[in-house]
Design a protein around this ligand. Sequence first.
Ligand code: ADP
Length: 159
Amino acid sequence: MTVAVYPGSFDPATNGHIDIATRAAAIFDRVIVAIYDRPAKNLLFTTEERVDMMAKALAGLPNVAVHSFSGLVVDLARRSGAKVIVRGLRASADFEYEFEMALMNRKLAPEIEVVCLMTSVEYLFLSASLLKEVAVLGGSIHNMVPDHVASALRKKFLR
Ligand code: ADP
């Protein structure tokens, strides 16, 4: 059985993240979507909110679990019996960062492979940070996030 971990901040889950998780679930026996508890970023949503939104989005996939975690991704992968770390790749900007991180992870855990799935073209320019900028200014985020994420964003920004 091949277990894969798909780590990220997911602040919040976008259709781009959901697409990668769904495609990973079709390749690997079990996928753990692992949500960084405290990434080196300013977050809009709490860990619990990010886990709940992602879990709801992926509820239809029986081989996917959503958990929060802290510490190194490779440690989580080892604890979970995962041999693969999945990441999503958009354009060249992601590549540099993902390449660097993949090589570091290989140094830390040579037995674990990083597998990058290419974004679907409709999500090529979709990022959680840009999405939040559009949402805070009241722009349409239709087709970028599931409905429950869109209403969570509206609630946050109405406060
Ligand atoms: P990070 O892990 O850097 O905090 P995110 O939580 O935003 O980043 O994203 C988690 C993973 O999903 C990363 O590998 C990122 O490149 C990927 N990703 C983000 N948005 C998209 C998208 N629109 N299409 C494909 N992959 C994406």
